[in-house]
Design a protein around this ligand. Structure first.
Ligand code: NAD
Length: 275
């Protein structure tokens, strides 16, 4: 491959790994992130290893910021061929304290304890905006370069919680379901202009966002962390590198007849009923 690839959220754990892998294949890579320092760090690592990358500040929720980023990418590398929509995440205000509502919870007045009834619409809104609009708006901006050209595609990052919602995180599960649904919608919408649209649905990867939920300070697993391993037939968390081969496949012309799919990379989590 020798394409121009833009990745959002690529200062983060998963998409920095994908940026480095895509650069190793000979692509020119624009590392976009809200945190410019994080984007620059990844770009520097790629350039030091002999690749071709730039770090660019961009907020996936602000079209102006994305337009500015696109100008920089176009001036540096030319037209964009591939967009990886990696920015995403959850918000604590859209998360319940317990997996199930029990009567005792309704009289629990502990500071910070949240049932479904205490969920803050602001947390829900943040999560839906970041994951759904944060996928849609960058696509509006960068896919204009792809229309009518060959070998172009969009890769979204959904989650296995889009197939079956995980307990405690209704906003994040719903927002990722929206990302999967949008992946199919956009694949159909773009089918006549040469842009393929697919998604990865990663399972559980230990990252900064979920480390405190899944591991104790001594590195042992929390109850939820152990539950995940018990529910994962392959009995381990994903490593960021587990996402590379599927990403390369979906961004490459080797998958030129593949569009509108969401591929689980989850050690069998989504396939397993637990029995
Ligand atoms: P991460 O927090 O390490 O990376 C996310 C990056 O997005 C961060 O660098 C952050 O600065 C950036 N970002 C946040 N808001 C932004 C905005 N408004 N504009 C631009 N950039 C912004 O997270 P990660 O674990 O690498 O997750 C990457 C993607 O994979 C996300 O969409 C996440 O929802 C998804 N995912 C992660 C897991 C997992 O287990 N880690 C599982 C399934 C899906």
């Amino acid at each position: 491959m020798s394409k121009v690839v833009v990745l959002t959220g690529a200062g983060g754990v998963l998409c920095s790994t994908l940026a480095i892998a895509l650069a190793k294949e000979g692509n020119s890579v624009a590392v976009l992130d809200l945190r410019k320092d994080a984007a620059d760090k990844v770009a520097n690592e790629i350039n030091t290893a002999g690749g071709n990358a730039i770090g660019v500040a961009a907020n996936v929720l602000e079209k102006d910021s994305l337009e500015k980023a696109k100008e920089i990418v176009n001036d540096t590398f030319g037209k964009v061929d591939i967009l990886v929509n990696g920015a995403g995440g959850n918000h604590p205000l859209g998360t319940t304290s317990n997996p199930f509502l029990v009567l005792e919870d309704l009289s629990n007045k502990t500071e910070g304890f949240k049932t479904f009834f205490d969920l803050d619409p602001k947390g829900i809104e943040f999560t839906f905006n970041l994951n759904f609009l944060g996928t849609l708006i960058p696509t509006q901006v960068f896919a204009t370069d792809m229309v009518g050209r060959k070998g172009c595609s969009v890769l979204n990052i959904s989650s296995m919680n889009a197939f079956t919602p995980l307990t405690k995180i209704p906003a994040y599960s719903g927002a990722k379901a929206a990302v999967s649904n949008f992946t199919q919608w956009l694949a159909v919408h773009f089918s006549k202009v040469g842009i393929r649209v697919n998604a990865l649905a990663p399972g559980f990867f230990l990252t900064d966002q979920n480390r405190s939920l899944l591991t104790e300070s001594d590195g042992s697993l929390t109850k939820r962390g152990q539950q995940i391993i018990d529910q994962t037939p392959m009995e381990r968390y994903g490593k960021p590198e587990d996402l590379i081969s599927t990403t390369l496949y979906l961004c490459d012309d080797a998958s030129s007849f593949v569009t509108g799919i969401v591929i689980p990379i989850d050690g069998g989590f989504a396939a397993y009923s637990g029995v």
